[in-house]
Write a protein that binds this ligand. Structure first.
Ligand code: NDP
Length: 445
């Protein structure tokens, strides 16, 4: 890392102790930015990096609610409004027991660059809670969401901060959150949340967008080597929103997706995953992958372990951060891996990324490859602002244009900075320069 940037990075780490994921995300971005500061010393003079690493606002709040047995439960809620140089803060809410400030800040920090890469007018933010919706009744999830929004509503708005879903937050949770926002504010402010249902302000393609977009980005990378998804053997991690739609899109493009996972284990389905059955089990019944294996013949279910033990030519990590380490990466490379498209945020450890890059594997980092979700959220905001709703075909066409554009921006930036094919460099520099220019123009705030 450039020595000037390393000193700033060390200060950021010391100011934010105990936030390992945030440290990792900051370090990974700083490693790319040396050459930008050679060309633009004004960024250093204006302390752009120091300002970027300090969120504009951080909100932490108590979320009290009662469970079905009448017991009082207390969770912690977070919203980190990281950077609004390009537009209102935008980024999802994560409900998972692992959530703490360091995770919310890593996700919010990544979101700044991701949102810049989409070319849409959106800043970066993220939020969530250590609440675990798994195993909770609909009534419990509703009471939790209502309590969460009773504090959050005063900090958000269509021109201020626009949350959406993430792990543990899907259409059901967005519905309860929106209902409570509307009730407290007495405003039908559709643009305050994205990921809404189709009949009440949502956008077609939003549920599919992150997974579809990841596959579209990966397809663009494959094209640079004269190939495509046709005939590829694909392994996907996770079996939630992003994973399901990545599987569907990869198979639509002619690949066979042979494995996917949840936090209990993974399945190997050599015939290609049956997306209809997977959706039935995961989305309708809110069941586990074990149930999928029980219902479909010829499928192996492996409890525990890692899905990255299954050989693939294309890997799409779509579960969570740091789920693919250096050893797993080396195994995948030995098994003939050609490309990785990150559907999740920071799923590959820094060691894994180094293994992929050294082996010449095409590697699309999450902040570029999974940006289709937030981009389609911005399309949802456009539809809300114009009181319009677009067809599936039109929206998917826009998503495709945006993903192809992001690929082009990353690839051409990597070329411009003398490291062709380095999508990590391209994404970090491409996103950073846009935000830094806007921050310079807006003065010292
Ligand atoms: P979901 O909650 O729908 O699905 C998450 C999936 O990952 C589940 O299969 C879950 O398994 C698995 N998982 C979660 N945590 C762990 C863990 N600690 N270890 C192993 N498996 C785990 O979330 P999404 O699909 O929405 O999000 C997945 C990833 O994509 C996240 O990194 C998210 O930040 C990122 N992302 C999501 C976007 C979106 O639009 N939803 C946009 C951009 C990025 P189990 O059911 O057992 O918990």
């Amino acid at each position: 890392m450039d020595a000037r940037l390393e000193a700033i990075r060390d200060t950021v780490l010391a100011r934010n102790p105990g936030e390992a994921e945030f440290h990792q995300a900051v370090t990974e971005v700083f490693e790319s930015l040396g050459p930008v500061h050679d060309r633009h010393p004004e960024f250093l003079e204006a302390a752009i990096l120091e300002r970027l690493c300090e969120p504009e606002r951080q909100i932490i709040f108590r979320v009290p609610w009662t469970d079905d047995a009448g017991r009082v439960q207390i969770n912690r809620g977070f919203r980190v409004e990281f950077n609004s140089a390009l537009g209102p803060y935008k980024g999802g809410l994560r409900f998972h027991p692992s959530v703490y400030l360091g995770i919310v800040k890593f996700l919010g920090f990544e979101q700044i660059f991701k949102n810049a890469l989409t070319g849409m007018p959106i800043g970066g933010g993220k939020g969530g809670s250590d609440f675990d919706p798994r195993g909770r009744s609909d009534a419990e999830v509703m009471r939790f969401c209502q309590s969460f929004m009773t504090e959050l509503y005063r900090h958000i708005g269509e021109y201020t901060d626009v949350p959406a879903g993430d792990i543990g937050v899907g259409g059901r949770e967005i519905g309860y959150l929106f209902g409570q926002y509307k009730r407290i504010t007495n405003r039908y402010e559709s643009g305050v949340l994205t990921g809404k249902g189709i009949s009440w302000g949502g956008s077609l393609v939003r549920p599919e967008a992150t997974g579809f977009g990841t596959v579209i980005f990966t397809q663009e990378m494959l094209k640079t080597r004269g190939t495509s998804f046709e005939g590829q053997r694909v392994v996907v991690s996770g079996s939630g929103n992003v994973a399901i739609h990545a599987i569907a899109k990869a198979q639509a493009l002619g690949a066979t997706v042979v494995a996917c996972s949840d936090s209990s284990g993974y399945i190997v389905d050599e015939a290609g995953i049956d997306v209809g059955l997977l959706r039935e089990v995961k989305e309708v019944e809110r069941g586990r992958l074990k149930d999928y294996a029980g219902r479909r013949g010829g499928v192996a279910y492996v409890g525990g372990g890692t899905v990255w033990d299954v050989d693939a030519t294309v890997a799409l990590p779509c579960a969570t951060q740091n789920e693919l380490d250096g050893d797993a990466a080396a195994r995948l490379v030995r098994g003939g891996l050609l490309a990785v498209g990150e559907g999740a945020n920071m799923p590959s450890t820094r060691e894994a990324v180094a293994v992929f890059q050294e082996a010449g594997v095409l590697f699309g980092p999450g902040k570029a490859a999974n940006a289709g979700g937030v981009a389609t959220s911005a399309l949802e905001m456009q539809q809300n602002a114009s009181r319009d709703s677009w067809s599936f075909e039109h929206t998917e066409e826009r998503l495709t244009e945006i993903m192809v554009g992001i690929h082009h921006r990353c690839a051409s930036t990597a070329d411009e900075y003398g490291d062709p094919g380095n999508y990590v460099l391209g994404a970090n520099i491409g996103g950073f320069v846009k935000v830094a220019d806007a921050m310079l123009a807006q003065g010292l705030i």
